[in-house]
Design a protein around this ligand. Structure first.
Ligand code: ADP
Ligand code: MG
Length: 696
């Protein structure tokens, strides 16, 4: 065993008791865990403050002096408190503890020379330090001038393990592994990308002498993380490309039948091109992993269906996954309609399909009667067994990482072909990570006859004409969406809410029927309301953002968004995409209060200026940074990132990907001795996340 994998309890300064604490509260059990437990910040300790120079609002400072006395003030409450008066000759401060009182009085004596570190707070003009860090100084010892690491400590460790102790044992671990630690990157990469050796980097992360040292150490470790992330993604993609895939050579009677009898309109050139690309993949004998990017309304569903028909024509089953039940139901309905008269069996499986019906579906799926299963992620649960799954479509997913996709592969002996469809354009670096294992097709054309949606921004109560506009659309037989940011009234916010809005709208439009849709409704109710609206039985749909994704009612021509300031650009774009799906003129109306921040005002302007999803995505990034997207992306990664960040370190990611690509190219079979370290390290990094599938 490598010394780095030895348990920390054998480390100088640890012992069984502390080892227990480290494990329990910091999840540190080996030297490796300890060494990769990086500080969250560093404190510049080159200066020692005088007490008479302390002022309110100072950050971390250190002072050197002696404790004059201890007192335990009588307490009326339950919580005991220990106080000490401390002086450096220029003034007095108070030190205060609420926990670990016994330990403190045993450890520190009156008169002893101590170094106090902490953030001063002021009470009655007197500075005090609550739970300061304390170092005992040896006689006449010089105070070390350094950047001092600060580690995340659990509150439970207060008075049991200090910052100082963590940093001491970390130093011991570093000394122990000196000359015995193995380099974790191949030498060729270290020299080509001018990286530091691993040992120096670990030192530099914990005990940098200055900020330059920290920068080099961090650079190397970030590079390494991103390198292994990309290596895993590329390895995986490479392996998929090698691995056998189902062979779908023929275009059969389903596809032809559909094309001749069912296709309601001419395909766009972009749709034709993408279907062709998929056909080529299907006939290649290799597994397809393809991403279709196409703006809202570009007709991805139809492309998916055409591809599904090819798979079914070749004797295989298909599943289609959507992120929400509403969307799954919508797809189910759309595809049933599209395929009227064709000899195929389509079923819907979500978590609200239960009991006998569920058992029936599972049975028919297993014996192969069902050709196409549509559902939420319920379709990838282990108990859902296909007869012969050959093709899987994942719609509107940006919630699905590389790892989740992999679970699909276990659904058949050979992994099924995979088609991912997304309307959310994402920046290149994120794409590299989220979809780095996929080939990309783009639908860059909207079906003809679409009139661009006109977008207007009004302040509440500003536009007295609004009611007339709504009435005139309704009179033409059109339908309207009205979106609210909240379901119910809430004492903490003065936002308009759906429940009140619903009542108001019913009163305003007595001659029309109003539907209501929100996330707290039962799936069956939701389905019912959606059905009514889709069949034009109701005319106005009052909803929350549950309708954000995918819902398709071409007769709806107005999307009115209450409190549009509460929504992000991507969300507004998705919501707007619910209208403009037919040939009639459509409108998106954004209602906000008058007072708006500059950012929010800009968001409204962008929405009014353009309907191009790619431009909106770029503007969104500029305004807001990659935020949520980053969160979901980062949590879906096959390797945990400790020091790097997939968007902030975008440039480094590109470099790391290039390095990883070189390795895959030179050593595709994972056999060359100079790259052995890569494959070992990758295994190790992945092993720590072996139970990932339990999370997803
Ligand atoms: P998205 O790409 O957002 O998923 P959909 O697949 O829901 O878009 O398609 C949006 C609308 O456009 C649907 O009503 C669909 O029937 C229609 N549509 C798709 N392809 C075409 C086409 N080639 N010509 C006309 N309408 C089309
Ligand atoms: Mg769609």
């Amino acid at each position: 065993m490598d010394i780095i994998d030895q348990e920390v309890k054998y480390l100088k300064g640890v012992g069984p008791q502390r080892a227990e604490l480290l494990k329990k509260y910091l999840k540190i059990s080996t030297n490796r865990d300890l060494l990769y437990n990086f500080p969250y910040k560093y404190i510049d300790r080159t200066e020692i403050m005088k007490i008479n120079n302390l002022v309110d609002g100072m950050d971390y400072v250190q002072i050197k002096g002696r404790i004059v006395d201890f007192i335990e003030p009588p307490t009326t409450g339950r919580k005991k408190r220990l106080q000490a008066t401390f002086t450096d000759g220029t003034g007095f401060v108070e030190l205060v503890w609420f926990n670990g009182l016994k330990y403190i009085t045993e450890q520190y004596k009156v008169g002893q020379e101590l170094l106090i570190l902490g953030r001063p707070s002021f009470y009655n003009g007197r500075p005090s330090f609550v739970h300061p860090e304390i170092e005992q100084l040896k006689q006449n010892a010089e105070v070390k001038k350094e950047m001092s690491p600060r580690y995340h400590l659990s509150e439970k460790l207060e008075g049991r393990i200090s910052q100082r102790q963590i940093s001491d044992i970390t130093r011991n671990a570093l000394e122990l592994i000196k000359d015995r630690i193995r380099e974790t990157l191949p030498q060729s990469i270290i020299s080509e990308y001018k990286l530091q050796e691993i040992y120096a980097s670990l030192w530099g992360m914990h005990f940098p002498k200055n900020s330059n040292e920290l920068v080099s150490a961090r650079y190397r470790l970030k590079f390494e993380e991103l390198f292994y992330l990309q290596l895993e993604i590329l390895r995986y993609s490479h392996q998929r490309k090698q691995s056998k895939g189902f062979y779908f050579p023929k275009i059969g009677h389903l596809f032809h039948g559909f094309y001749e009898n069912n296709l309601p309109f001419e395909l766009t050139n972009a749709q034709k091109r993408v279907v062709k690309e998929v056909r080529a993949d299907f006939a290649s004998g290799k597994q397809m992993n393809r991403l279709i990017q196409g703006d809202v309304g570009s007709g991805k569903t139809l492309v998916a269906l055409l591809c599904a028909l090819i798979a079914i024509d070749n004797g295989y089953q298909v599943c289609m996954m959507a992120p929400t039940e509403i969307l799954a139901e919508q797809h189910f309905k759309t595809l049933l309609e599209f395929t009227t008269g064709l000899p195929i069996k389509i079923e819907l499986l979500t978590s609200s399909v239960k009991g006998k019906r569920r058992n029936n579906i599972l049975e028919e799926l297993y014996n192969g009667e069902i050709n196409l299963l549509i559902g939420t992620h319920a379709v990838i649960e282990p108990n859902v067994k296909f007869n012969n799954l050959g093709f899987c479509i994942i719609d509107e997913q940006h919630r699905f990482g590389v790892k989740q996709r992999a679970t699909l592969w276990e659904k058949n002996k050979i992994p099924p072909h995979i088609l991912v469809m997304t309307a959310t354009p994402i920046p290149r670096t994120l794409a590299m990570t989220l979809y780095g294992d996929l080939d990309v097709s783009v639908i860059d054309e909207l079906p003809p006859g679409r009139k661009p949606i006109q977008t207007r921004h009004y302040y509440f109560n500003q536009n007295s004409n609004l009611l007339n506009v709504l009435n005139s659309e309704l009179a033409k037989g059109r339908q309207i969406y009205i979106v609210y940011p909240l379901i119910e009234e809430n004492e903490h916010s003065d936002l308009l809410d759906l429940e009140n809005g619903y009542e108001k709208i019913c009163k305003l439009f007595p001659q029309y029927k109003v539907s209501k849709l929100h996330g707290k409704m039962k799936p069956a109710e939701k389905e019912e309301e959606m059905k009514k609206f889709a069949s034009a039985e109701t005319h106005i749909l009052v909803a929350t953002t549950v309708i954000e994704v995918g819902v398709n009612v071409p007769n709806a021509t107005i999307m009115l968004i209450q409190h549009a300031e509460r929504f992000g650009l991507a969300q507004l774009h998705q919501l707007r995409g619910r209208v403009g799906r037919g040939a009639a003129n459509s409108y998106c109306i954004l209602l906000t209060p008058f007072e708006l921040s500059a950012h929010t005002r800009r968001r409204m302007e962008i929405m009014v200026e353009t309907t191009d999803g790619f431009i909106i995505a770029e503007e969104d990034l500029k305004l807001r940074g990659p935020g949520d997207l980053e969160g979901t992306a980062q949590s879906g990664l096959p390797i945990d990132l400790k020091v790097s960040n997939i968007t902030r370190d975008a440039d480094l990611m590109a470099l790391a990907r290039q390095a990883a690509y070189q390795v895959i190219q030179s050593d595709p079979n994972e056999q060359l001795p100079q790259f052995a370290v890569c494959w070992q390290q990758l295994k190790l990094l992945k092993k720590q996340f072996a139970n990932y599938s339990e999370i997803s």
